[in-house]
Design a protein around this ligand. Structure first.
Ligand code: GAP
Length: 430
C-alpha cells in the first residue's frame, strides 16, 4: 500500500472535503490548496493543540500574530533577497525543471541524462505597495513567518513581563515560489508555519537547544500513531541554511521516504544582529538583575502546519480487512485532531420521536464538543463515512432510547459498541 498511499490520501482528502486543489474549475494552480469543511476543522484543531502546548501550558512563551507583508528592508536584513533560493536544472529533452538536489544522474520524468547548467532562483514572492505608477514600492510576502517575531522582539520585551530566557510563538502563513511544488501540500507555495523563537543568553544556548529538540520530538510522538516513523536528521555543515550554525530536522517517513516535518535551528545572534544593523535600532537585551547587555541568541522550532497535517493523514490512513471480502477505510487520526468528536444518528429518519430525541442529544452536546448530524442512508453507510473522516465515536438513538434514555456508542478504532446513558455521554466523549 505504501507506494500508492499518497494517491489514496489525495483522493480521500478531495472526496471527503479535507483538502481541495485551489482554483480547480480553472484547471488548478500548482502549489495552492484549500481546506474543505472537514479539513478546516481538523487543521484548526491541530493548530489549537500546538498553541496549547507551546503557549497556554507554559509560563515562558507568549504569542503574537504578525503580518504577511513587512517593510522590504526586513528581507535584505534577513539575507533572503540575496540567499533565499534554490538551484535549478532543466532537462534538455523534456524541458522539465528540477531542484538540483532532487535529481540524480537521470531526469526523473524522461530518463534523459542531459541537463542545463544549474541556475539560481529566488523563492520570495514580490508584490507592490502603493497605487500610483512610479511611486510603488516593491515588497515581499514573507518567505518565513519567524521574521515578524524578530521585528516584535523589542516590543514584547517592553510591553510584557517576560525576561530571558523566554519564547515568542506564532502560527502564520509563509510564501515560497517553489520551483517544484507537489506531493499534495507537502511542498506548497502558500503554507502555514508554527514557529517559536526562544531567546537565551549565549552561555545557555546548548542547553536550550537540546531541551527544545527533545520537547518537540516528544510532542510529535504524542501526535502520530507510528512513532517509528519519526527520527532526527542533522544537517551536515555544508547543507546548513545560510543563517543556521546547527540544525536538526524532525523527519517523518512518508510514502516517498524520510522528509522534513520541523526544523530545530541554532540561529545564534544572527537575526537580531542583522535587524539591529539594518534598522539602526539596538535590539540588545538588558538583564534587569545584573545590568548585562547582550544580543540574545535564538533556538528556533519551525514546523509546517500543512505538512504535519499531510503526514498525519499518511499516519492515520488504514485499510482494514473485515473478512468475507469486506474492507473499510478508516482514518485513525488523533482524537483531538478529528473534525468531530462524535456523529449523532437517529436510527431511522421517518420516526419523529427518534429524530427528536437524537436532535436533543445533538443540542446537548454541541456547545461542549464538536458533533455532526447525519440521518442520510443506512447506518452502515453512515459508519463508513465517519470512519473515512476519522470521527472517533458514532452515537445512535434507536427505539430503546425512547425507553431507557441510553444510546449506542460505536468506537471508530475497535468498532465495538456500548450502551451509554445520555446523561453520561459528555463525560464519556471528553
Ligand atoms: N524559519 C525557519 C524556516 O522557515 P524551514 O525549514 O525553511 O525553516 C520550516 O521551514 C518548516 O516549514 C519546514 O519544516 C516545513 O515543515 C515547512 N515548509 C517549508 N517549506 C514548505 C513548503 N514549500 N510547503 C509546505 N511546508 C513547508
Amino acid at each position: 500500500m505504501k507506494n500508492d498511499l499518497l494517491q489514496k490520501v489525495t483522493s480521500l482528502a478531495k472526496r471527503r472535503g479535507i483538502i481541495y486543489p485551489n482554483s480547480e474549475i480553472y484547471g488548478g494552480i500548482g502549489g495552492f490548496y484549500d481546506y474543505g469543511p472537514v479539513g478546516v476543522e481538523m487543521k484548526n484543531n491541530l493548530k489549537r493543540m500546538w498553541w496549547k502546548n507551546m503557549v497556554d501550558l507554559r509560563e515562558d512563551v507568549v504569542g503574537i500574530d504578525g503580518t504577511i507583508i513587512t517593510h522590504p528592508k526586513v528581507w535584505e536584513a534577513s539575507g533572503h533577497i540575496k540567499n533565499f533560493g534554490d538551484e535549478v536544472v532543466e532537462c534538455k529533452k523534456c524541458h522539465h525543471r528540477f531542484r538540483t538536489e532532487d535529481v540524480g544522474k537521470k531526469c526523473p520524468d524522461c530518463g534523459s541524462k542531459e541537463f542545463t547548467e544549474p541556475r539560481s532562483y529566488n523563492l520570495l514572492f514580490k508584490t507592490e505597495i502603493g497605487v500610483l505608477e512610479g511611486e510603488k514600492t516593491t515588497a515581499y510576502l514573507r518567505g518565513e513567518a519567524c521574521q515578524t517575531i524578530y521585528l516584535d522582539f523589542k516590543n514584547v520585551v517592553d510591553s510584557t513581563r517576560m525576561q530571558i530566557p523566554f519564547g515568542i510563538a506564532q502560527i502564520g502563513k509563509a510564501f515560497r515560489n517553489e520551483i517544484t511544488p507537489g506531493k499534495l501540500t507537502f511542498r506548497s507555495r502558500e503554507f502555514e508555519q508554527w514557529d517559536m523563537q526562544f531567546f537565551v543568553h549565549p552561555d545557555d544556548m546548548e542547553e536550550w537547544f537540546e531541551y527544545w529538540k527533545k520537547e518537540r520530538m516528544d510532542w510529535y510522538k504524542e501526535l502520530y500513531n507510528k512513532k517509528e516513523n519519526l527520527r532526527f536528521w542533522e544537517h551536515p555543515k555544508d547543507k546548513l541554511a545560510f543563517y543556521a550554525k546547527k540544525a536538526f530536522d524532525i523527519e517523518y517517513k512518508t510514502p516517498w521516504g524520510w522528509a522534513e516535518n520541523e526544523g530545530i535551528h541554532w540561529r545564534s545572534d544572527y537575526d537580531l544582529t542583522q535587524h539591529s544593523k539594518f534598522s539602526g535600532k539596538n535590539l540588545s537585551y538588558v538583564n534587569p538583575k545584573t545590568g548585562e547587555k547582550y544580543i540574545p541568541w535564538i533556538a528556533e522550532t519551525s514546523g509546517g502546519v500543512d505538512r504535519t497535517f499531510l503526514m498525519l493523514l499518511f499516519d492515520a490512513y488504514e485499510e482494514e480487512d473485515l473478512g468475507k471480502g469486506k474492507t473499510r477505510t478508516v482514518l485513525k487520526i488523533h482524537k483531538d485532531v478529528a473534525a468531530y468528536r462524535a456523529a449523532i444518528f437517529p436510527l431511522v429518519s421517518n420516526k419523529p420521536d427518534i429524530v427528536e430525541k437524537a436532535r436533543d442529544v445533538f443540542k446537548t452536546l454541541a456547545p461542549e464538543v464538536k458533533v455532526i448530524w447525519d440521518s442520510r442512508g443506512n447506518i452502515g453507510k453512515r459508519y463508513r463515512y465517519q470512519d473515512e473522516i476519522g470521527t472517533p465515536y458514532c452515537i445512535t438513538v434507536d427505539y430503546d432510547s425512547l425507553k431507557d434514555d441510553a444510546v449506542t456508542v460505536r468506537d471508530r478504532d475497535s468498532m465495538k459498541q456500548e450502551r451509554i446513558k445520555i446523561k453520561d455521554l459528555l463525560d464519556y466523549l471528553k
